[in-house]
Design a protein around this ligand. Sequence first.
Ligand SMILES: Cc1cc2nc3c(=O)[nH]c(=O)nc-3n(C[C@H](O)[C@H](O)[C@H](O)COP(=O)(O)OP(=O)(O)OC[C@H]3O[C@@H](n4cnc5c(N)ncnc54)[C@H](O)[C@@H]3O)c2cc1C
Length: 427
Amino acid sequence: MYSQNRNRTVVIGGGLAGLRAAWNAARAGQSVVVLERSPYLGGRCASFYDLPSMRWLDNCPHAFLDCCDGVREFFAQTGLIEYWKPEREFYFYPPDKPATAAPRPFKESDRLPGMLRLAPVLRSLKFLSWKERLRIIFDLMSIARQKTFDGSFGQWLDKRKTPPSVRTRFYEPIVLSALSCSLDRPCYEMVRKVFVCSFFEGRNRWNCFLPTIPLQELFDVKLSAALQNLGVEIRRKCTVAELERGKNRIRAVTLSTGERILAEKYVLATNFSAAQKLFSPLASLTDSYQTESISCVHFWTDSPFLPTPHGVFPDRTVQWIFSGDKDDLGYYYRGVVSGTNCWQERKNGFKSQVRQELAELNPEAKILRLETLHWKDAVCVPSVEWTMARQLWFEQTPLPENLELAGDWTNLDWPSTMEAAVGSIRN
Ligand SMILES: Cc1cc2nc3c(=O)[nH]c(=O)nc-3n(C[C@H](O)[C@H](O)[C@H](O)COP(=O)(O)OP(=O)(O)OC[C@H]3O[C@@H](n4cnc5c(N)ncnc54)[C@H](O)[C@@H]3O)c2cc1C
């Protein structure tokens, strides 16, 4: 057992929120211990060791937008930013054609002033008519003006009578990429925030950063080393079973082994389902908490599959494909299917559906191996109900004075992402 230490912070959960909390506390001179249930750090930013290709593969590609200042700053401070590469262009592939020829890139003009810089972006959406593209301009102008709406983003589009083709071919891929859920689920304000920050607040803020090394190496090796250099103690395979509450304070944490750890301050930075078991007042939020799942398709082909580093595929099952490198098994690619909440349905027949779609996208490239990986409860959905319930809960629930709650689900400002996790740390 650790004896009472005035200067000690215990961080429960070694995901990005917990690691950010540990970094801040250690830099503020605290003695910090991170308790992580699994054998690795990084939480949902995870990789697995793939035996056939004998390498670490990410469970799912993780990207962040240029406007995610919290993540960028944290990665810069910890020396990780050099392992993230910015993509300055997106490639929207037409829904009804094979993906063998590169489409016009979705990119801003460096020369045109103000919002005019976005004009080339619209030119890249060739699969939409000019009338539909004009529609997008009017929608975006309204989004910029209208700060609130009492409903979901999908309901807002319904009210504006935005045509289905614009919904599925423009908004759906963007909302699925940024919030991992379909248009009808998130509240209007959260989607607006993503549009405002990424398209309206400055040049190229929608550019996206992708890791150049596996997430496991980034977080479990490099970030772990940076934390240890600051004196942070990291305990993996260490499950917290109980938060012992005294009057207005947390007294200790008890591990599943029975060990007790005392500290001055505690940061509960687990995912929501673990947090509400450890801190019972959160149970009142369980009914309004909603999640979405994300699936990742790992596949290898005998020849290059895409002519671009990545592709966005509106109106398809696989919404994004990222090109990897060539290994002993062939050319490696990762496809992302966000918002797969109908996970049980998808499980049966999902793989063959994806295989067929990939064969249509590039009939010449033979698929040598294809694996699908589903992550249930991947992200928290910022639905109208959840957003209101969570806000009320935080306003009305007094927390023990030495407890901080952290994690992507606690962040009221940004959808459930790495940015939300890192930005959930207030101290
Ligand atoms: C498949 C997938 C794809 C995604 N893609 C993106 C993307 O492209 N871009 C993006 O920004 N975000 C993406 N996300 C979301 C992002 O991964 C999460 O929002 C973020 O990692 C959440 O971090 P967190 O620290 O809040 O929670 P977690 O990462 O869930 O960390 C919580 C930690 O707490 C630990 N824990 C739980 N219970 C206990 C206990 N009792 N004792 C000790 N430890 C405990 C868990 O093991 C875990 O390590 C994706 C998520 C998934 C699943």
